[in-house]
Write a protein that binds this ligand. Sequence first.
Ligand code: FRU
Length: 519
Amino acid sequence: MRKLKIIPVLLLLLACQKTTKEKAQMNEETLYRPLIHFTPKAHWMNDPNGMFYFNGKYHLYFQYYPGASVWGPMHWGHASSKDLIHWEEHPIALYPDEMGYIFSGSAVVDHKNTSGFGKDGKTPIVAIFTHHDMDKEIAEKIDVETQSIAFSLDEGMTWTKYEGNPVIENPAIRDFRDPKVFWDDEREQWVLILAAQQKVMLYTSPNLKDWTFSAHFGEKVGHHGGVWECPDLFPLPVNQGEEQKWVMLVSINPGGPNGGSATQYFIGDFDGKRFSLDPEFAAQLDNDNNYWVDFGRDNYAGVTWQNKTLDNGNKLFIGWMSNWQYAKVVPTEKWRSAMTVARELSLKHNENGYRLFSKIASQFNEVTGKKTQLENQNLGAKHKIIYENLAGLGALKLSFELNLEKEQSFEFQFKNDLGSHLDIGLDSTNNYFYIDRTASGAVDFEKEFGSRVSIAPRLGNEKILTGELIIDKTSIEVFWDGGRTVMTDIFFPTAPYTQIAVKGDNEIQIKQGKVTHLK
Ligand code: FRU
């Protein structure tokens, strides 16, 4: 009898628990789910993978664990978009198998059917990825990672793994992963770059199946604070002109400029076999080894869209908006982490040498909602509210021009009623930009997260400072000086930010400013 009474009470308790969990997830959805950044509907995501463009669609695959919101046996999740903003998530593309987890890699459109995978006139899409053998990792073997391929004849929706895998055996290097492949038009060959411990290795192939090693790069060059991962190699026009240089991206973890993971870059030439640093860029590196795609703490493992070059010759890039330092414990439960906005990478050269620039992909100009012009005004030493939206800032773009006649510092502050705030600005005494998330909301889920301010050098000295930023509930991406210095950081306020305030010294003046809500 007694037992019978207890059971309904237990069931009721269980039901209550469920609704509390559901409620928490609801709050998480409204408070933390970004509006214009890609997140998986549920569970864990890290690196972007296999990005290609086909039939008017941008495809994005990603490191995915569908079993939980922490890293686990890696799959490739899949999403596609017509405009790089609205993403449709598709069924999982690649599952782990007896050869291992499916680690990061790339995908190419094999227009000439060099692989022979094409059938009935259908263009094969070929994915090249790392097989990571967990049993070997546990047994502390060296040959844990090999490179494999799979093909799709339905525009990337379903995949068949090649029966001859792996296509690149492990050459006795423990960290040997993240192949990025491109078609080298000049030499009519496929080129593959992968990360091997603290170097990259290049291979070439006529058919994506048979690969020949061609060169190493990276010894005693750049940063070596951690393992090298997710490299990329592509040409960009210099100053939008006729001249071209090759850009190599290399993610490293740890060893980033503000701790944890980040992505460095190199400028040079590629002769079909090897990459060599441009002599001027080599001298720049000797002088100041500080070349990062993004100086913030939350843009990692980013690479470019494989077969999409913009009309101006620039490339489209997307990164994982987190950091291995704390990615697994950030305070969302239903899903974990987002991608950055898609960005356009360009290369500029002036009297100070080469610099990679980033800007928000032009597609974002098409999704604008309510616009507010900010007044031309002088700022003072106290924060002054310049914009307010009591329903929450949601996703918005802030573009501004500031008059820096003298040595002037200034700060934008995003804040809520609870007293939490996120500050970004320029410290002109030390000539650096910063993002300060130390009081931004929930920060104590990990000891490093809110421990200090992220900083980045100001690389220009123009009197008019231009900037553009996107804030979207839990992330801020700031493009200073026309995209010369970029910073991306995530944060977790316990109530939405509703106000933007600004302060400055020496009568700094907002020349122009515009807040644009993004739909
Ligand atoms: C980078 C990385 C890659 C690897 C993948 C595993 O974030 O460590 O090197 O392929 O994540 O998920």
